[in-house]
Design a protein around this ligand. Structure first.
Ligand code: SF4
Length: 212
């Protein structure tokens, strides 16, 4: 950047895994201590887990003096998007006041649901509703060591769900589904949750068989 004449910038190194966010930002801060960093756990998902993931990353970094700006990336209904700011502010205030638990790593216990915060690219306003329905449907699987990704658009959805066991991403009139990188097809909004449930049960059966 500086070789190209850009000197007034901020760097953002994000992941949906809070531990990766901690590691990469610590490494960057050691290498480039004078370059400002913008912190965020991308696709942290819905509350309360989205806040917990964000909090673990921010606490560990801000307490070391790493991070000049922050964003909480939460999946919230449009009318509640302001809560991202409230959550981020609360975490920063708590760290400033020394009111935080020193949890060095985020420990994922059971089912991991990542979902994007949505933006102007989201292709159907049913996206937030879909994310919540997937969360509610999958309660039966909360002990499963699996990841479901729910994304809002076709631009970033396919790539951002690559690391998930089950990935869905929205199009205007249908939802795309893939399982461990294999495209399963496109399904209507009214049936996609049932399809995710079916795939989830199949993956859980495979895990049980493998463990037997
Ligand atoms: S996945 Fe698409 S809709 Fe969601 S935040 Fe990323 S670009 Fe926006």
């Amino acid at each position: 950047m500086e070789d190209l004449g850009f000197e007034n910038y901020v760097v953002s190194l994000k992941s949906s895994d809070p531990n990766d966010v901690i590691d990469i930002n610590k490494r960057f801060a050691e290498m480039f201590p004078f370059i400002p960093l913008h912190l965020g756990v991308t696709e942290a998902g819905m509350l309360p887990m989205g806040e917990i993931k964000t909090r673990v990353a921010f606490e560990n970094l801000l307490a070391l003096g790493i991070g000049e700006t922050v964003r909480a990336s939460l999946t919230l209904p449009f009318e509640n998007k302001y809560e991202e700011v409230l959550v981020a502010r609360k975490i920063v205030e708590d760290v400033k006041a020394g009111k935080f638990r020193s949890v060095p790593r985020f420990i994922q216990e059971g089912l991991n649901i990542i979902s994007c915060p949505s933006c102007s690219r989201v292709e159907n306003t049913a996206f937030i509703d879909l994310a919540e329905k997937v969360r509610d449907m999958s309660i039966f699987a909360k002990q499963a060591n699996l990841t479901i990704a729910v994304m809002g658009c076709r631009v970033n959805g396919p790539g951002e769900s690559d690391d998930a066991d089950i990935g869905v991403w929205c199009a205007p009139n249908h939802v795309n589904l893939k399982v461990r990188g294999q495209l399963r097809g496109a399904f209507g909004y009214e049936v996609i949750v049932g399809e995710v449930e079916r795939e989830l049960k199949t993956l859980m059966s495979k895990q049980t068989e493998a463990a037997a």
